[in-house]
Design a binder for this molecule. Sequence first.
Ligand code: PLP
Length: 407
Amino acid sequence: MTLKITPIRKDFPNLKDKIHGKPLAYLDNAATTLKPKQVIDAVSAYYSHYASNIHRAVHALSQKATLQYENTREKVRKFINAKNTAEIIFTSGTTESINLVAQSYVKTFLKANDEIIISEMEHHSNIVPWQIASKETGCTLKIIPVDNNGEIDLERFKELLSSKTKLVSITHTSNVLGTINPVKEIIRIAHGHHVPVLIDAAQAVGHQTIDVQDLDCDFLAFSAHKMYGPTGVGILYGKQNLLEAMAPYKTGGDMIDSVTFEKTTYRELPYKFEAGTPDIASVIGLGAAIDYINRVGLNKISSYEKTLLSYAIKELKNISGLQVVGSPSKKAPIISFVLDGIHPHDLGTILDEQGIAIRTGHLCTQPLLKRFGVLSLSRASLGIYNTPKDIDALVGGIKKAKKVFKC
Ligand code: PLP
């Protein structure tokens, strides 16, 4: 199962550019991926040829935009194997998808003294919305600890579950450790207590197959821009019965059925949760990104990234003074590390001068960094266009930084 990398790389215009006069080694895919020309062309075609609003007008441009927008909803449904398109809500990203549930589900169903469970490895966007919703409703947030390998403590999770637990929200794949959590097992355990589960799939979708019916998750959140699609659009998948029972999140145009000054009734799903003009171009671009991933093949992508990850870990571990944080048994192509004697920010700057893009800082996971006793990390994360040459560039760049810092 091999990926034909050369034609894939040709699809990404960014990879032809030089950065500080050097070829680009883009290793910041967990933050956002580069975009193939097929996605850029789809966005450009909308703006060039049928820019118009959706769902509202009878003219040809609006009809075409509506068709493309709704076609993408069907592509998303198929991509994650949802039962029907009513369960696919377009949002602005993973963050908004989680906020939607935190506001709408929590306010509809939770009351004082109920409990919400998250884990110690969550991105801030899967922490802060629950904190705020908990404060507003008088609920308590419970945290599943992470062990030294960077894995969820499943026994502790079972202990935390009780009749007070009303929701579990957990990441599928850690954006720092790369840990791929046993989410199917977590969902099965939670459902044993009749507790619904939200999966933050921001770092999973686009790297491995996600089947919401197989997982049996109640909600799933992800972003188009981390799967070769445009920024500004995300997905909230929710089981239809839950979404139907939830109050609207944002209100205004397009989500209403009828409005009088006395009373408003809402449209059916999914429109009840899509108030106002959405990012139409980005949704259409997401459709092109899904086509792109499907054409390459998710199985091939997974297996290629796995091989590249093993090579990267082997090479990085050979560098003296470099420690990779966490060693989970199932790992996505994300490697965070510390380097003795060099602050991540300095390393990132020296690498940038060599055309190598990595992410440095707290990686939007301050509680997890605290757990591992660090304030800041360097992170290399892989995508479908990366090659061993990019890894070699990274290793060479780190060695150069060590010479500069004499360590
Ligand atoms: N969850 C995880 C695990 C992430 O890695 C990220 C972004 O890095 C997010 C949520 C937030 O995604 P977005 O900024 O696209 O809303």
